[in-house]
Design a protein around this ligand. Sequence first.
Ligand SMILES: [Zn+2]
Ligand SMILES: [Zn+2]
Ligand SMILES: [Zn+2]
Ligand SMILES: [Zn+2]
Length: 616
Amino acid sequence: MEMRAKQDIEIGDDITPPLLPLSFSLHDSFLSSHCSSCFSPLSFPPLPHHYGSLYCSAPCSSSHSPISSSSAESFLPLTCPRSSDLRTALRLLLSLPSTCPHLHRFTNGLLTNYLKLTSSPEFAAQIRQGAIAMAAARKLRKGLSLDQSDDVLLEEAVLCLVVTNAVEVQDESGRSLGIAVYDPSFSWINHSCSPNACYRFIVSPPNATSFGEDSGSALLIVPSVSEENFGVCSCSEYNKGTEGYKYGPKIMVRSIKRIKKGEEVCVSYTDLLQPKAMRQSYLWFNHQFTCSCSRCTVFPSTFVDHALEEILASNPSFSSAGLDLNLYRDEANKKLSHYVDETITEFLLVGDPESCCKKLESVLEGGFHVEQLESEDGKSRLNCKFHPFNHIALNSYMTLASAYRIRSSDFLAFQSKTDESQLKAFEMSRISAGYSLLLAGATHDLFCSESSLIVSAVNFWKQAGESLLTIAGSSVWNLLGLPKSELSTVVKYKCSECSLMDIFGAKSILNQAERTNFENISSDFLACVRSASPKFWRFLIHGCHYLETFKDPFDFRWLAHAHCVAEDVDFIKEDSNCEHHAEWYTNARTNIYKVGMHCLVYGVILAHICYGQNSH
Ligand SMILES: [Zn+2]
Ligand SMILES: [Zn+2]
Ligand SMILES: [Zn+2]
Ligand SMILES: [Zn+2]
C-alpha cells in the first residue's frame, strides 16, 4: 500500500489535515505525569507508582474514561513488556465485533501483518504472550478466567495491527510520550530513508487553540490502489471509538521537498542521521521490514551514508603508503560506537557531565588504533579519528554541547559568585556553543546533499543560535574589559549582506517566491556565517583541545589532509600583544551576536518548512 500526491505540492505544505487517532496510549513512564486522553502534561505533581489513567480536565475524563474502563486494560498484569501496545490494542478491540475472520486487514483498512508476524521466530512469541495477557484481562473483567481452549486469534491480529501501524508520539523536546494508531491517510504512507514529507503531532488540552489546527488544509494524497481490491473486513463500522479519541494527539503530514502529482509520498520512521546498517536494524526490529528505498539500495552508497561512517587516518605515513582506509572503517566504527553509546547512556542516567566530557573528548581527540595489515616493514599501527560527519562524532557533539551547558550552570549554582567562577562558567558555555556550532556546521553539509535531513538541521541551527546569543548577552564581557554600555551596541542587528532578517521580519515567513528560491537563501546565509565566524571561533573554543583542532566550524575540506596542516599561531599569544583588548572583544562579541542571530533565524525558517506557521 502506498500514498501518492493528488497534485503538485510545493515544499513546506500541509499534505493532510490534523488526523485523529483510532487508538493510543501513553507509555507507562508518563501515566503519572500526563493526561491519558490528550497527552498534555498534568498541572499537579506526578503521582509515584501510579498505573491507571489520569486526566487533565473534565472533557478529557468524560470522553476517554469509558474507553479506558471497558477495554479491560486495568486487568492487565502490572508489569508486562510493551504495555502501551497492549492498552492500544485493547482499546482498538472495543470497536471490533467479538468474532471476525478477517485477520489480515480490518474495516479501517489497516494491514495487520498477521501472517508475517505470527510466523516470525523473532516476534511470534512476543505477540502470542501479549495476546494471552489481553484475552485474560478481557475475561477477568467479566469475572472469568482464560481457558486453555480459548483462542486468542483476534487479540493476536489486533496486536499485530498495533505493532505494524503505531507511531511514537513525541513532545516538543523529542521525548516519546506514547504510541498512537492513525487511519490509512497516515498509516498507508510508506517509509523512506530519503523521504519527501515529515509529520508532527498536535498535543493540546481540550479547548486550547493550538497552531496548525485551523489551517483547513485538505488531504493532498490518495491511495494508489482502489479500495475494492483490498478484501477488507466488513464486520463492523469503524467509527465507534472516535468520540472517545477526539482530544487525542493529532498528527499532520507536511512536505519537505517539492512533490510532483502522482509521486509517492513517504515519511521516515527512523533517525536519518544513522548509517544504513543502523537504520535497517531499527526498522526490522520496530517495524518488521527491510528498507529498500533508493538511499538504501544505491551502489556505491550515497555521500551522506558514506560520510556517516567516515574515519580519518592521522598517521602522516598513511596516505603515502597508499593503503585503503575503507578496509578499516567497519572495524573502527564497531570498536568505538559501543563505548561512545555507553558513555552517553551513563551520562543520561547518572548525569556526571564532567566525566562524560572527559571520556568523549579522549575518544574524539586521541582517536584510536587499528592494527595495520602486514606491510613490508612488518606490522604497524594505524591511527584513526572520527570524521566530524561520522554519526558517532555527531552524537558526541550533541552530548558534549549539553554536558558543557550543564557544567556551566552547575558552576553558577554551586560555586560562590566570584569573578573566577563566573569566568569558568563562561568558559563552559563557550565550549558548549562551540560544539553546537560544529554540530550545526557538519550537519548542514550533509543536509545540503540530502535535504530530508531538514528536521535535524532545524534543531541543530536553533540550538547553535541560542547558545551563541546566550554568550553574546553574558555579563562576563564586563570582566573581560568591556564597559557596561557596550551591551547596547549588540542588541539590535540587521544584516546588510543577506535577506535572512527580512524574511524573518515579514508577516508570513517564506512566501511562494522565497520557497522556490530556498537554495539561494541557504547559500547567502552560509556565506554570512562563514565570513563572521573566524572573527571569534578561536576565542569561543579556547581551552577545549579537541575543538581547537578545527580551524573553522563550516569548512571541512582541509580535514582530508589534516596531518599536513601546521599548527596555527596561538591566538591568545597573538591577542596578548594587542593593545586594544576592549576593541577586540567588542568585535568578537558583535560577531558572535551576528552569527547567533543568523543561526537562530535560519533554524526558525527551516522549522517553518517542517512544521508550519507559529511552530516556533
Ligand atoms: Zn487532557
Ligand atoms: Zn471482520
Ligand atoms: Zn532506506
Ligand atoms: Zn547575513
